[in-house]
Design a protein around this ligand. Structure first.
Ligand SMILES: [Zn+2]
Length: 478
């Protein structure tokens, strides 16, 4: 694939388009060193960093014929043509803009029934082949020929595995992961592959300076056995290569929980009157719709129902609208608080949680692949503020006997996000990795497209035919 991209003049897309590869790649690895100083690249390629292409893997399950699962594995560069929300200048854009066919590249597909029933180790076998390729690309590299007749030797270094928590668990052979959550803290084996949160004496929701998990960060191995990617040259702490995804952690995780709980809280308080709950939800939806039209926020849902919010038992919420609902709630709570004669700590905490969640996301989405120090500081501060305000909301809800603002394992991941930026800000790091590079939105788009292709081929040859159809599609892309 790299040879074809080079030969057809498409390779520069891997370092952001028009800039010089030497300049961008050297800069990338200089900044990446702050994040992963122990990565093998700094010993093996220390004198030719400008010839090494960074590569991320992504894996996720799509749906092929008869709703059967299909694992779709692809690679991408963390550098690309940017993100549509970017407003700040950057010398290295994120990789969100452009068709997912042109910015992510399929490696292979595998039917779920093969790796869950028939040949259980088939997924590991496939990943082992990919790992062998990556090792060879790292150590030996390859000669690439360009359309102008020139050629250049390049190497490839793996910088992380993207995917949701179940994928990380499966491909990483993790023994510590989200589904290890237990109500009996005395027997917990841990829920986080980066630290021992969830084990006895290590509370997972503690975000304080002296939280017990801090001393356990990268301390013990989270692996049952080493996964197939362990052989690829990487960092000294292989668990760091399994990247937490902000899309699942935030939009589908704790920010979604904040959005759902915030909406339900408006009903709890009776702010919209004492009509029946369905009528109140209808009024609330109209307010939300008006807000989105006025502020040009896209809104995907077409109504608010008990079912949608899983009200009153729960408050989960569709991910696509999380950003819009949080912006709406910030304004709604601010306006409502201004009408109150006496302070209301629960409402104030909810308002402040929304304000800080919005700053956190906005700052990430406005920047490129590397956050400058000012942005890093803002993200860290808003991240810590969100954690504190959300915990206050959870406490208020608990005191009232209501299941709002649930504290889930994803809240623990958010602690890692805030802490990652807090540590960078305290050490005055000039450039810090934008965690949106680990986000899976665009990758899921490619998974959907490949799964659609797979539904049009004969199921008996689904593997080879899907890849062939993908290659044809790729060729047709302008
Ligand atoms: Zn952790």
């Amino acid at each position: 694939m790299l040879r074809v991209l080079a030969l057809h003049g498409k390779l520069p897309a891997l370092w952001g388009g028009n800039q010089s590869a030497v300049e961008v790649l050297a800069k990338f690895w200089r900044r990446f060193r702050q994040l992963h100083p122990s990565h093998a690249i700094y010993t093996y390629h220390k004198n030719r960093l400008h010839q090494v292409l960074p590569l991320m893997l992504h894996a996720d399950e799509g749906e092929t014929l008869k709703k059967a699962g299909l694992m779709v594995i692809s690679w991408q560069s963390p550098v690309g043509a940017g993100i549509s929300t970017q407003t700040e200048p950057t010398d290295m854009p994120l990789n969100y803009v452009g068709s997912s066919f042109k910015t992510r590249f399929l490696i292979s597909v595998l039917l779920k029934r093969l790796y869950t029933k028939q040949v259980k180790e088939s997924l590991d076998s496939l990943m082992s082949i990919i790992a062998t390729d990556l090792k060879q690309l790292f150590e030996q590299g390859l000669r690439l020929d360009f359309p102008d007749g020139k050629h250049q030797h390049y190497y490839v270094a793996w910088v992380g595995l993207k995917g949701d928590w179940p994928i990380q668990q499966k491909l990483g052979h993790l023994q510590r992961h989200f589904s290890r959550l237990t109500t009996n803290e005395q027997v917990g084996v841990g829920i986080c592959h980066l630290c021992e949160a969830g084990r006895p004496g290590v509370p997972l929701h503690d975000f304080s300076e002296h939280a017990a998990w801090r001393t356990t960060f990268l301390r013990t191995s989270p692996f049952e056995t080493m996964g197939p990617l362990a052989d690829v040259p990487q960092t000294a702490s292989p668990e760091m290569m399994l990247r937490y995804d902000p899309f699942h952690t935030l939009h589908k995780g704790c920010f979604a929980e904040l959005a759902g709980s915030g909406l339900v809280m408006i009903i709890d308080y009776g702010i919209l009157g004492d009509d029946s709950v369905p009528k109140q939800l209808n009024s609330l939806y109209q307010l939300l719709q008006e807000f989105c039209t006025r502020t040009k926020h896209p809104l995907h849902m077409d109504g608010l129902t008990r079912n949608l919010l899983n009200f009153p038992r729960d408050s989960s919420y569709p991910a696509a609208d999380t950003t819009a609902v949080l912006a709406f709630l910030e304004e709604f709570f601010r306006n409502h608080l201004a009408t109150l004669a006496n302070p209301d700590p629960y409402l104030e905490s909810a308002h402040d949680a929304c304000v800080n969640a919005n700053i956190f996301l906005r700052t990430l989405y406005r920047n490129g692949l590397w956050l400058p120090l000012q942005a890093t500081t803002e993200v860290a501060q808003s991240g810590y503020n969100f954690l504190r305000c959300y915990a206050e909301c959870a406490q208020h809800a608990y005191n009232q006997g209501k299941t709002r603002y649930k504290l889930q394992p994803k809240y623990h991941t958010m602690i890692h996000f805030a802490d990652f930026y807090g540590t960078a800000a305290r050490s005055r790091q000039r450039f810090t990795w934008n965690i949106l590079a680990d986000g899976c939105q665009m990758d899921e788009d490619l998974v959907g497209k490949v799964a659609t292709l797979s539904r049009a081929v004969n199921v008996r040859s689904v593997h080879t035919d899907t890849v062939s159809r993908y290659l044809l599609k790729l060729w047709e892309e302008p």
